[in-house]
Design a protein around this ligand. Structure first.
Ligand SMILES: [Zn+2]
Length: 332
């Protein structure tokens, strides 16, 4: 079957088709006139992808659901069904397009190191835990550079009677007032910042008609960041000789850590809840990271940063904002 780049969402696959197309004509899936490649060009890759799954009656998802949720390889379900269907026809994998599947037990076992570590540091060992297996499954080395001059944002509610806070009031609290957070332990302040100004409104959970002071923070030097938000291209990793099961496990662990880091603080939380993510930050520091970044759970598409040394960024100006509308929705 001849296919075009627009049947795929993965940038690396799209580029591969543009670089290696064999003819121009009508795509066998979407019907567009485009540059085409034989779908068999990708057969080894998709065989490796199919090997990531096992039949699982307790799962609610098909393989295509999981690929769409985690990897966004295809432009739409029709493209996914055509390509995956063709590979399924060549070998008996023990499941079909509409069967419910999960990742293989080996992958799930590796992903579970995060849940195990959380349990261990809450219930068994606090400071010196067994991290050998965790290290193998999740590499917490910095993968991203936040360059000097980059601008990030931080908000505080402006106290009654004041127009706005001053630059020096926008940083994190001093050591003696630093309460524990998801990333920082009690007594060790970190600087929590957002990539976009708008994300700060959500992160401080601003209410209707709240007046906010928004601090613009400039990064002083190039910083090494552990990016829990990064999405690796499965195809690129395969081409580079990476092990897909290992990449899937690492990605799932990073997603889970990112989600735990971005859970809003709740007044009923005990400080025990924050220990695992605080530990992860300490671990990143040992790996020479200056900070971390992860997705905001409160603002879709928002990215949060935590800098371990609050002096790595300086507040250069403060602007006032007032919350005029609040958009409330229910989860569907
Ligand atoms: Zn197409």
């Amino acid at each position: 079957m001849w296919v075009c780049k627009d049947c795929f969402a993965d940038e690396e696959i799209r580029q591969e088709i543009l670089n290696n197309f064999e003819q121009e004509g009508v795509c066998g899936i979407c019907g567009k006139n485009a540059k085409l490649i034989e779908s068999s060009y990708f057969i080894d890759f998709f065989r490796a992808v199919l090997s990531l799954f096992q039949p699982d009656n307790t799962s609610q998802m098909t393989m295509i659901d999981i690929i769409d949720r985690d990897w966004k390889l295809f432009a739409n379900t029709k493209c996914a069904r055509s390509i995956i269907g063709e590979v399924l026809d060549t070998t008996n994998y023990g499941f079909g397009l509409d069967d419910h599947v999960s990742y293989t037990n080996d992958i799930l076992d590796n992903v579970s190191v995060w849940e195990q570590l959380k349990k261990d540091v809450k219930e068994n060992y606090r400071y010196l835990f067994d991290h050998e297996k965790f290290d193998v499954c999740a590499d917490l080395s910095p993968s991203y550079s936040l360059n000097a001059g980059a601008v990030l944002y931080r908000a505080r509610v402006t106290p009654e009677g004041q127009k706005k806070l001053r630059c020096k009031e926008m940083g994190c609290p001093p050591k003696e007032k630093a309460v524990a957070g998801r990333a920082n332990p009690f007594g060790i302040p970190y600087l929590y910042l957002c990539k976009k100004e708008k994300t700060t409104y959500y992160e401080i959970r601003a209410g209707f008609l709240d007046k906010l002071s928004i601090g613009k923070f400039k990064i002083k030097k190039d910083l090494n960041i552990v990016d829990f938000n990064s999405k690796i291209s499965l195809f690129y990793s395969f081409e580079e000789g990476g092990s897909l099961p290992d990449i899937v496990a690492k990605n799932k662990i990073f997603d889970a850590i990112s989600s735990d880091l971005s859970k809003p603080l709740c007044r009923y939380d005990t400080e025990l809840e924050y220990i695992p993510t605080q530990l992860i930050c300490e671990y990143c520091k040992l790996n020479k990271a200056d900070g971390i970044c992860f997705s905001s759970s409160l603002h879709k598409g928002g990215v949060n940063f935590v800098l371990f040394d609050p002096d790595d960024a300086t507040c250069t100006s403060v602007i006032c904002r007032e919350i005029k509308t609040i958009d409330i929705d229910i989860e569907k």
